[in-house]
Write a protein that binds this ligand. Sequence first.
Ligand code: AP5
Length: 216
Amino acid sequence: MATYIVLLGPPGVGKGTQAKILAKQIGLVHISTGDLFRENIKNQTELGQLSQRYINKGQLVPDDVTIGMLKERISRSDCELGAVMDGFPRTLKQAEAFKIILDSMGDDVSIVPYIKASDKVLIERLSGRWTCRKNGHIFHSVFKPPQEEGICDKDGSELYQRDDDTVETAKKRLKVYVERTSPLIAYYKNQGILVEVQGEQAIEALAKDILAIVKK
Ligand code: AP5
């Protein structure tokens, strides 16, 4: 049976940062629907053009589009052992569709670490984020600065600020999170697989907590 871990939490709480660390530690692939959309935007695909309209306004991309994209991604051979999910599911409809997809493969979500932080911390993290153009490595001007300003430590590519990381769009994304994504807390709690994690701690300490939850 494969292992599917869903990292749940608001925008900017550190899902991408932690998903990369965890996936490496436990040898699973990291799937970020945000990264998949951004790759499509970069390559100017039809999906990229469609998703950009929603992302830049801080809105969610429609469920049917997102679920279709995820279904294709998960069918690839590198997901045979499972995956660390970052940014998916994000609505009840997506969670239900995900359950059906995994069911058809004889699998289910194993555990849902739910990372929490205050809005103040989230805005601080989002507005200082720098992302690498080549592989999506994540930095922060204060909390995780690159060795050389504007350059990714890992692959030497340029660092950029995401269009949806303005304070105004970040606030909109937080509102959308409360309305559309936070119902997933009760959804997974009712299944007995949600575990809360304190997100207002340093990256390494948080990674330790998440690993302990997953190993349990
Ligand atoms: P997505 O890319 O998934 O954005 P998000 O969920 O809003 O999450 P973020 O990537 O903004 O934050 P994060 O929690 O990953 O934090 P990070 O590790 O980067 O989605 C973007 C858009 O795509 C959505 O708005 C939507 O339009 C669309 N989309 C994506 N998935 C979708 C779906 N399923 N359905 C519909 N639409 C979808 O960290 C943030 C910053 O904080 C970084 O600078 C980092 O260095 C720093 N940091 C991280 N951890 C710590 C720490 N512990 N201490 C200090 N600093 C930290």
